[in-house]
Design a binder for this molecule. Structure first.
Ligand code: ATP
Ligand code: MG
Length: 347
């Protein structure tokens, strides 16, 4: 079983595609039962626009489907349609997660620092975000077969995923074996960096759209964004080692290699001795060629609103069956009675 979530914080970009969506579709080929959710309750931990929020979520669903997510082998649903996620988060926050652990989370520190620049303070939800993430993962348990649930994520999420495993282990330690410890599957795809700052990850929530290539960007915008991407004044080197701290060059070559299905070595060899102009030109061509068919499917799916609502409804229903079963066992483990004050055994 696979569980994965993606936040409706903006447009899906090529980093999300390479780091999360593509590996997910590949994992799905091996007959896995996949639960993919739109993490809307995560997205509200930061600033969001209520007027467009629902549309952003739906666009995200349409894009995931356009990238060939197989709804026969898995379901897509909105996190907020399955209330067990927040209920489980509260239980884990009280029984198994500790403030000291959350204080160590790098993502929180980074996001808090970014807010501080505008004299803003983080929401409590941003701080407890990893606990909700633990709930998201731990609700989906293959209790029948006892096999660990796989959680495919980009490497920026590995600290949070390790915390999920720790939370599950400490719950089990205190209340008896309840959770099968999940298995983080950290994407081997490299982290894609911002087009302007090679030390900063490409992000949906980055206020400057020029920092990323969105999956829905038209061809001329993709060309323009690559043309304006930061470079240096040297030619492209001959080996990966020689890239050194030329972080912007590394990022562009990394993106090219991923889209061309090459290793970084092969990509470097391909461009050795050439200038940035050649790299940027070929890069735009290959990214546009890959995205165009996905975009055509996306526009088509996006129009079929009723079909999408029905599919999300089915997805939430399927997810609820598994989530409520796990939550029931968790409530029982901590001694909280089920509906009507009766435990299952007394009903
Ligand atoms: P936000 O800025 O709102 O956090 P995000 O771009 O980081 O957005 P998420 O929804 O947090 O996107 O993450 C979705 C998935 O995409 C996760 O599995 C994450 O690891 C992966 N991912 C996000 N950014 C990148 C990136 N730049 N390179 C590779 N993978 C990424
Ligand atoms: Mg993120």
């Amino acid at each position: 079983m696979i569980i994965t979530g993606i936040q409706p914080t903006g447009n899906l970009h090529i980093g999300n595609y390479l780091g999360a969506i593509k590996p997910l579709i590949a994992l799905q080929q091996n007959d896995e039962d996949t639960y993919a959710f739109i993490a809307d309750y995560h997205a509200i931990t930061a600033n969001f626009d209520p007027a467009s929020f629902s549309q952003v979520s739906r666009d995200l669903v349409a894009m995931i489907l356009a990238c060939d997510f197989d709804t026969e082998r898995g379901s897509i649903f909105l996190q907020s349609d399955v209330p067990e996620h927040t209920e489980m988060a509260h239980i884990l926050g009280c029984t198994a997660a500790r403030v000291g652990q959350l204080n160590r989370m790098i993502q929180f520190k980074e996001k808090m620092a970014a807010l501080a620049e505008n004299e803003e303070t983080p929401s409590v939800g941003l701080y407890t975000y990893p606990v909700l993430q633990a709930a998201d993962v731990l609700l989906y348990q293959d209790a029948e077969n006892g096999t660990p649930t796989k959680v495919p994520v980009g490497d920026d999420q590995s600290q949070h995923l390790n915390l999920v495993v720790d939370i599950a282990a400490s719950f089990n330690h205190r209340f008896g074996d309840t959770f099968i410890l999940p298995k983080p599957v950290i994407s081997t795809a490299p982290r894609i960096m911002s087009l302007f700052d090679g030390t900063k990850k490409m992000s949906k929530s980055d206020p400057d759209d020029m920092n990323r290539i969105n999956m829905s960007d038209p061809a001329d915008r993709i060309v323009k964004k690559f043309r304006k991407a930061t470079t240096d004044q040297h030619m492209i080197c001959g080996t990966v080692e020689e890239i050194g701290d030329r972080v912007c060059l590394r990022n562009l070559l990394t993106i090219y290699a991923a889209f061309a299905d090459m290793t970084l070595d092969e990509a470097v060899a391909h461009f050795a001795g050439k200038g940035f102009g050649a790299l940027k030109g070929e890069l735009a061509d290959i990214v546009v060629a890959t995205l165009e068919p996905i975009q055509a499917r996306y526009l088509d799916i996006r129009e079929r609103k009723q079909a999408m609502s029905q599919m999300l409804g089915r997805g939430a229903m399927g997810a609820s069956i598994m989530a409520s079963d796990t939550l029931h066992r968790v409530r029982k483990a901590i001694g909280i009675a089920d509906r009507n004050g009766l435990g299952e055994d007394e009903v």
